[in-house]
Design a protein around this ligand. Structure first.
Ligand SMILES: [Zn+2]
Length: 382
């Protein structure tokens, strides 16, 4: 009876480069091993010649999928959303909430923290309510509030150690103190849905902010006399920039400019997906707001603001390689390694190195997803 799986013959993307005709050994315990057992009886070999093996995708900004919302669904709904994204290669997902009443968000944090404790999500990202009414996007204006550190603290506490990131408009009253509070608690302070100037953004980075929430979207544009948050976030080595590469949120030239300027080590590809991801067109609710999804593009019924995406990470990967012509290794860094590092989980996930979880995506020569393994078990068998 085989105890180890050997995935053989594929192009294996490692942090040090791509190994042609390489192999990845998966132990019975679901980890990647440095060598195969000596007994050939104990090995099941899977021939993946002509394929790519890359680490499982890590999505740090995702509101749901498969018709389910992380902000309003039941525990069962949340797991369905997680499973939908797993089928598209996302082996680690942080559940993002949208703006809601404080006590409702605190309740959500309780439910999501239980699911995180089971290991099905990698924690919680609160997007709102501490964001700018000028850049509210698909968030309910009536429920927005200034980032009072005491209120920020309430949400972090409600998440019982599972708060990973809070997106806030750091230029609002209490913004800088809130960044400091988050940094002290080991929670990522992400600058986003912001109307900050270049100088205000720099001050927030100096206070401890480390992520740009979907760079370009829901913030002032890059002006030649008013460079705004985009320039401040792109130029600072301490910042990882989230990018939504679905062809709708960003023009390819804007995506490529940010990717090349920040460099492959400072980009995290995200989906910002909502319920319709992996599900289909129709009418949905994002928090309290109605969203119409047509041809895969989600917009608020009222006002027409883009309301999250229907992107999945496998499409973001393929697009980055085939449309944007980025090196596969750089895309792997941006879709797996960098977000794993942000979460402080790079010792367990984010690369195909011995000792890590066997979270593996199999792609064909055209970069279409053909297989997904999570902790050694096939989610999709190639
Ligand atoms: Zn979002």
């Amino acid at each position: 009876m085989a105890t180890s799986k050997v995935l053989a013959g594929a192009q294996v993307v490692l942090p040090t480069g791509t190994v042609p005709g390489g192999r990845v050994i998966v132990t019975e315990g679901g980890r990647i091993a440095g060598s195969a057992p000596a007994d050939p009886e104990a090995i099941e070999t899977i021939d993946l010649t002509g394929h790519w093996l890359v680490p499982g995708f890590v999505d740090v900004h995702n509101h749901g999928g498969g018709g389910a919302s992380f902000t309003s669904g039941t525990a069962e709904d949340i797991l369905r959303g997680v499973q939908t994204h797993r089928l598209h290669g996302t082996t680690t997902v942080v559940a993002s909430t949208v703006t809601g009443e404080m006590d409702v968000l605190a309740q959500r944090a309780g439910l999501l923290s239980e699911i995180a404790e089971q290991g099905d999500i990698a924690g919680i990202h609160f997007e709102g309510p501490f964001i700018s009414p000028c850049r509210k996007g698909a968030h309910s204006e009536a429920l927005l509030r200034d980032p009072d550190p005491a209120e920020v603290r309430k949400l972090v506490d409600a998440a019982r150690g599972q708060a990973r990131m809070v997106t806030l408009a750091t230029e609002l009253p209490g913004g800088i103190d809130s960044v400091r509070l988050l940094a002290e608690h080991g929670v990522i302070a992400a600058i986003g849905h912001t109307d900050a100037t270049y100088e205000q953004t720099k001050a927030a980075i100096d206070a401890g902010a480390t992520v740009a929430t979907h760079l370009y979207n829901a913030m002032p544009g890059l002006g030649h006399r008013a460079p705004g948050p985009i320039a401040a976030l792109l130029e600072d080595e301490r910042i990882t920039v989230e990018l939504i590469n679905d062809g709708t949120h960003l023009h390819p030239a804007a995506f490529e400019l940010a990717f090349h300027h920040a460099g492959a080590g400072r980009v995290a590809l995200i989906t910002d997906a909502m319920d319709a991801a992996g599900f289909g067109d129709g009418t949905y609710l994002l928090g309290p707001l109605e969203v119409e999804v047509k041809e895969g593009v989600a917009r608020l019924t009222e006002g027409g603001s883009i309301a999250g995406s229907t992107l999945t990470m496998d499409r973001a990967f393929k697009r980055s390689v085939t449309v944007d012509k980025l090196p596969v290794e750089d895309v792997v860094a941006a879709i797996s390694a960098n977000p794993a590092k942000l979460l402080g989980m790079y010792d367990r996930i984010g690369s195909l190195e011995p000792g890590k979880d066997a979270d593996i995506v199999v792609l064909d020569a055209e970069f279409t997803l053909k297989g997904v393994m999570r902790k050694g078990d096939w989610v999709i068998e190639p």
